[in-house]
Design a protein around this ligand. Structure first.
Ligand code: SF4
Length: 458
């Protein structure tokens, strides 16, 4: 087996990551940029980086991902990438006619020290940016952060470059959905619609990366937040940002730039976080929660109650992105499950503290590491096995090695479908998560049951 040599004993490592629990910053920046209507993401670096970013997104979404690259060669690596980017901006607007080019940097261009705002200003001075078109940017060196911080920087870039106040407040709320699937963004919008709250959501990858087969190729699919909406976000009455790490920086920037106050919440995964999301929208917009949402909530509570015995005190190990893991861990604790090994590859001081708070009543020691990797998680599992793994596709090696069932959740998922079509946020998303967890636990129970207790009815 691939991981046969993973030792049980943990030796602290500071300079080495083995099997990282993250991907690189530009992938998140590219994903965020695809959530703008008629936007072409642009990778300022070598073709190798760009191929990796595109292929990871394509493999996760099973959709073509359109983007461009500065295509650095030896010359750009020595003298800087200004000439490449100026040429690229001119070519892209002429040939592909986007409304926005969203430039993100890479390790190489960051190490060279290319000054993207200066290059963009030069492109504008030289008439390479047609009027009514925009170039925005985010700095995304991958020797720090992860795809989540790259996403956060590009969403903040949308605010920095585009949002503007028109001098008065319009009766609508900005929603920043966080690093979630296209279907999750759609579900978040649907819930706001059920409440009757007018919103501008950005970014919005629904109908971009989970669009229908129409028989025709469109370089810019129908979905995505329109530039006019991004500008108008500066005049909304408030912002609700979901996921502190992915959405917090943009929400705070909008508050500073346009005086739009913000509330930063957990991702609405599970009962409690969805309650907080619905209640916050209700309070800010001054609406009442309709019966349709109460019914959705009631169904989730019903399934939790009915199936509680199957979740009770089951041990779980999780790996993924901090915003998702915080909400997910809280949900698992609410189900009376025991999340006992938790790693994220995204550095951040608050993560471990937050997980410790959430799991303080779990009657079992909890291992948590913010700069962990899947190798460490595997070592923990060798000392203390669990009933269930929750995480991305890379966890399948550990699942196979340790014979522990895996529920795929997070990014990237390269070997299954469904994640971009069936949401895991909101009450309906909570139901889907429960179904997946329950199916997996019961399949294992059926597999291992002796004949005399192989039950037909649960
Ligand atoms: S060199 Fe840096 S930006 Fe490029 S793929 Fe590797 S980690 Fe990502």
């Amino acid at each position: 087996m691939l991981l046969r040599h993973t030792p049980k004993e943990v030796h602290e490592r500071t300079a080495l990551t083995v099997n990282p629990a993250k991907t690189c910053q530009p992938i998140g920046a590219m994903y965020a940029a695809l959530g703008i209507h008629r936007c072409l993401p642009h990778s300022h670096g070598s073709q190798g980086c760009y191929a990796y970013h595109r292929s990871t997104l394509t493999r996760h979404y099973k959709e073509p991902v359109m983007a461009a690259t500065s295509a650095f060669t030896e010359g750009a690596s020595v003298f800087g990438g200004q000439a490449n980017l100026l040429q690229a901006i001119s070519n892209i607007f002429t040939v592909y006619e986007p409304e926005v080019i969203a430039v993100h940097t890479t390790c190489l261009s960051e190490t060279i020290g290319d000054d993207i705002p200066q290059i963009v200003a030069k492109a504008r001075d030289e008439g390479k940016i047609p009027s009514g078109r925009y170039v925005i940017h985010a700095n995304t060196p991958s020797y720090v952060g992860s795809h989540v911080t790259g996403f956060a920087s590009m969403v903040k870039g949308m605010v920095d470059y585009l949002a503007a106040s028109n001098g008065h407040k319009e009766n609508r709320i900005n929603l920043i959905p966080g690093y979630v699937e296209p279907c999750d963004m759609e579900e978040i919008k649907r819930l706001a619609g059920e409440l009757g709250v007018p919103v501008i959501m950005f970014p919005d990858t629904s109908n971009v990366l989970n669009g229908p087969q129409t028989g025709k190729f469109h370089i810019y699919p129908d979905g995505g937040t329109k530039v006019e909406e991004l500008i108008a976000a500066g005049s909304s009455i408030g912002t609700v940002a979901l996921g502190p790490l992915a959405s917090g920086p943009a929400a705070r920037a909008l508050d500073t730039k346009c005086k739009v106050p913000c509330e930063i919440l957990n991702l609405p995964i599970g009962l409690r976080s969805t309650d907080t999301f619905i209640d916050t929208l209700r309070r800010i917009a001054g609406v009442t929660v309709p019966e349709s949402i109460n019914i959705e909530r009631g169904r989730l509570v019903d399934v939790i109650t009915d199936m509680h015995q199957y979740f009770y005190h089951r041990k779980v190990a999780l790996a993924g992105d901090p915003d998702q893991l915080v909400a997910l861990t809280e949900f698992l604790v609410d189900l009376d499950m025991w999340p006992i090994h938790i790693v994220t590859g995204t550095p951040g001081k608050k993560f471990e503290k937050r997980i410790k708070e959430i799991t303080r009543e779990v009657p079992h020691p909890v291992n948590v590491r913010a700069t962990g990797d899947l190798f460490l998680l595997h070592q923990w599992l060798k000392s203390e096995p669990v009933d269930l793994l929750l995480g991305n596709t890379y966890m399948k090696y550990i699942a196979r090695d340790e014979d522990i069932p895996l529920v795929r959740f997070g990014f990237p998922i390269l070997d299954r479908i469904g994640h971009s079509y069936f949401p895991t946020v909101g009450y309906r998303g909570g139901l889907r998560l429960l179904e997946k967890i329950l199916d997996t636990l019961l399949d294992r129970q059926d597999r291992d049951a002796p004949e005399e207790s192989f039950e037909l009815v649960m």
